[in-house]
Design a protein around this ligand. Sequence first.
Ligand code: IVH
Length: 667
Amino acid sequence: MTEQNPEIRAEDLRRIIEHHNYRYYVLDSPEISDGEYDQLMRELAALEEAHPELITNDSPTQRVGASPQTSFPPMVHRIPLLSIDNAMDTEEVTAFHGRVARWLDKEDIAYCCEPKFDGLAVELVYERGFFSRGGTRGDGMTGEDVTGNLRTIKSIPLRLRGDNIPEVIEVRGEVVLFKAAFKELNLERAEKNEPLFANPRNAAAGSLRQLDSKITASRPLVFIAYGVSDAAAVGLDSQCAVLERLRDFGFRVNPDKRLCKGMREVIDFVLQMQARREEIPYEIDGVVIKVDRVADQDVLGVKARSPRWVVAYKFPPTQATTILNKIDVQVGRTGVVTPVAILEPVRVAGVTVSRATLHNADEVKRKDVREGDTVIVQRAGDVIPEIVAPVQSKRPQDSQPFIMPDNCPACRSPLVREGALWRCVNISCPAIIKEEVYHFASKEAVCIDGLGRKIVNQLVDRGLIRDVSDLYILTREDLLGLDGFAELSAANLVSSIESSKRVSLDRFLYALGIQHVGSVAAKELSSHFGSLARIMGAGEDELLELKGIGKEIAQSIRDFFSNEQNQMVVAKLHTHGMQVSSPVKEEKRLSALSGKKFCFTGTLSSMSRPEAKKLVEELGGQVVNSVSKQLDFLVAGHEPGSKMDKARAMQLAILDEAAFLKLLEEA
Ligand code: IVH
């Protein structure tokens, strides 16, 4: 074989390697193994070492070539990067459309809607198809030239693909860190005792502004393109066309864009993205709604700092900062003792948060959270609020690290360490009994309306209750002896307790508080075995046959029922009149509600939510917490919330209270 001309081979290798970068980092669909890729990189590096004159700017070996800098030179944007006006709710989006329609004097307007990435805005300049420089947004006019760092991001093409490449093009987009990569990065930092990043956005910004591009290169940053500085100049007439062209040039563009005709489709898209927010692998903080036609954009023009043709619908923020007043230790139902942050109340994602979990002692140490700290609190979706990190710069001088107590805060018995957890193993610990009783009475369990924490605490503290079965021997007189009870309230609670005696098997099982047996597993056990006696008698192998029951759950069920004290509590519950009903046979359950999904919003006047839920379930229906396409009915009571807007946008069936009651009656 004749030796190939090194110059031609180097060019071939550059193209081949960049093609594989594109497959891997832009399309997420590699064609070769990592080993083969490394082989190509080695060949190119060797060639360049032998012939340094062959090194080009767009060589993949130069992605990490820049030597550390002391500061970043300014980068002046030829055309400023403007900001976007915000819309805080769907009404403001509609108002935006109203202004656009009036200005353009037409109703029929198409909008290109895209997720609003929560990262760092950058501009990349390509000259004759080659990446020449790039910088951050800065104040919109001038940012920082971070070309060397941007080169390390493999989803940024060093050379544009395809043909029809303009002389100069300025591509705009966002540098982001995917959620999974962010978590991993923070774990690594915790191990090295380095301060944690509060969120993927800060991590992306911190990574891109490193003076040593080797550090940037080690962070898996991703560039997502969303626009160009001047679409008309590169012969494009719509935002959708811009995104398609950027994709053809080899950029990663967002797959979730949608061309929406009219407000209805826009709002539908906005609410859909909001609902999907958690499952999207990178952070988004809203939806950007852009008039699609470039000619229309030009007519609308710009105001002081933002164009008239675009608006950002902002999702409620999921993080806020507040003061951590105290770290409490709390004993859970299973005896696990967890540190809990008591916070200065703060609103996060539409809810006031005054407590947040700190998970366990190791976690507190890892995050170095202390009493008196200003902390970042996060609440994502329906999960329990958590502390992300302390704001180190605001730490009081005299602050002390948290120390986990050696003894149970409730019964003083020594805590036992189990992996990362500390547990109180005293079976008569009053804190554990309180949690058991509270859980037993909860609305998903036997549902004792009106039995709140304060009452449970008093009942246990006064020795009126030593285990859950004691609930059923409580008298009106017992209750009248407690704080805050009068004749009527005592009689009401006695009657709630009385009516909780008739309960379905799955709820009863759940109420017992067997470790790892949540309502799903309880339903599964109930419908498979059909009676408590059969479940109590089931061996581990039999239990393992059920779907969703693994070794850990099966073991825990066996442990629970082989414990004499638990057997006694179950027996006492029966003697005190508890009637556990077996699941109704399938054919009987085929009512109008069978298999139908319900969701509630607002308050009902004729019954409480838990009661409504119980009724729907008894009739074979299912109650869910969020609105989705799978929902059959949204039941709207007084003052319905945002679920109503969402259900309307999705054109789902909405029942008012009267219609709901009628449906129940018919069923
Ligand atoms: S378009 C004038 N599209 O939002 C309109 N911006 O501009 C130009 N952002 O920090 C911006 N996702 O980086 C546009 N899909 C998207 C976006 C987006 C995020 C950021 C942008 C800037 C901020 C306001």
